[in-house]
Design a binder for this molecule. Structure first.
Ligand code: PEP
Length: 292
């Protein structure tokens, strides 16, 4: 774990606007197209399934299918109350476990909240933060930033969600993405940023079907844009190596086109992670692009 503070400054930097060039096949921020990379697929079960027996069944299906997956890491994020039981069902290394949110305080009188330290003490390694469904319940960028800090401090990996409500033709959505990245990561030390996973989840694409998801071209452009903003906040090298996932109606039939050359390192999967076979098919598509 890095020795320095997670954030060196709380003040927001004014950065120049970042342009994204259309029809760019070799993005200048990376110089190489995504071919073989470290890949990760995370399952966001949300408030599903409805009882522990079904959660066990779903997990055991994923566990069984993971036998043939060699290089892609999978992270299962069940509801808090199932975490401990599912952790007990697995001793391997290919599947990690995560929570779907946590609170920023260490402990105390915060009824209903769960701390990063509690999640870490169970043996989970990830926490999804700033999901749009949490933001819709009132979570702000400031809340997310405080939670990211706490999660990193206890040694967990935050999967930090960003994404616009709608895609307009004037490119305002790019400003939304840039503002979110600045609010969340300005002042963070590069050493800590390496431990962060960004999940680009356009809200308009969440919970739909594969034909309403983002197009591969639009995803490619946005991933390049995110890396360019990160290059401004950190440096080009960190921006290139930053793990970025895509989430929003990834299903077995669009997983391949959304991973092929789009500059993302995997997916955050919602509804399709509730059927083990669908989820595993997505993981198998990602596996084709994974290296280890
Ligand atoms: C999500 O909400 O994180 C998500 C990706 O959902 P879905 O795959 O259902 O769009």
């Amino acid at each position: 774990m890095p020795k320095n503070n997670v954030y060196s400054s709380q003040k927001k930097k004014k950065t120049k606007s970042v342009e994204v060039k259309k029809k760019q096949t070799k993005p200048s921020v990376s110089g190489v197209e995504t071919k073989k990379k470290d890949m990760l697929v995370a399952a966001n079960w949300k408030m599903n399934p409805g009882e522990i027996a079904l959660a066990k069944k779903l997990f055991l299906g994923v566990k069984e299918g993971m036998r043939k997956i060699k290089k892609t890491e999978v992270v299962v994020c069940p509801p808090f109350v199932y975490l401990d039981t599912l952790l007990d069902l697995y001793t391997g290394k290919k599947i990690g476990f995560g929570a779907q949110t946590c609170f920023s305080e260490k402990e105390g009188s915060y009824t209903g909240e769960v701390s990063a330290g509690m999640i870490q003490s169970l043996g989970a390694r990830y926490v999804i933060l700033g999901h749009s469904e949490r933001r819709a319940m009132g979570e702000t960028d400031k809340d997310v930033r405080e939670r990211v800090q706490r999660v990193l401090e206890v040694g967990l990996t935050p999967i930090v969600c960003i994404g616009e409500h709608e895609r307009d033709n004037d490119g305002k959505y790019l400003e939304v993405i840039k503002d979110q990245l600045q609010e969340l990561f300005y002042g963070m030390s590069r050493d800590w940023m390496k431990n962060v996973i960004i999940a680009y989840e356009p809200i308009w694409a969440i919970g739909k079907s594969s034909n309403e998801s983002v197009t591969p071209h639009a995803l490619h452009e946005t991933a390049i844009y995110i890396r360019k903003v990160l290059a401004g906040l950190f440096d080009k090298k960190s921006a290139i190596s930053q793990t970025i996932l895509y989430g929003g109606s990834v299903e077995p039939n669009n997983a391949s086109e959304l991973i092929d050359g789009t500059q993302v390192n995997g997916f955050l999967v919602g509804h399709a992670s509730l059927e083990s076979q669908d989820f595993l098919q997505i993981v198998e598509e990602v596996e084709k692009y994974a290296q280890r």
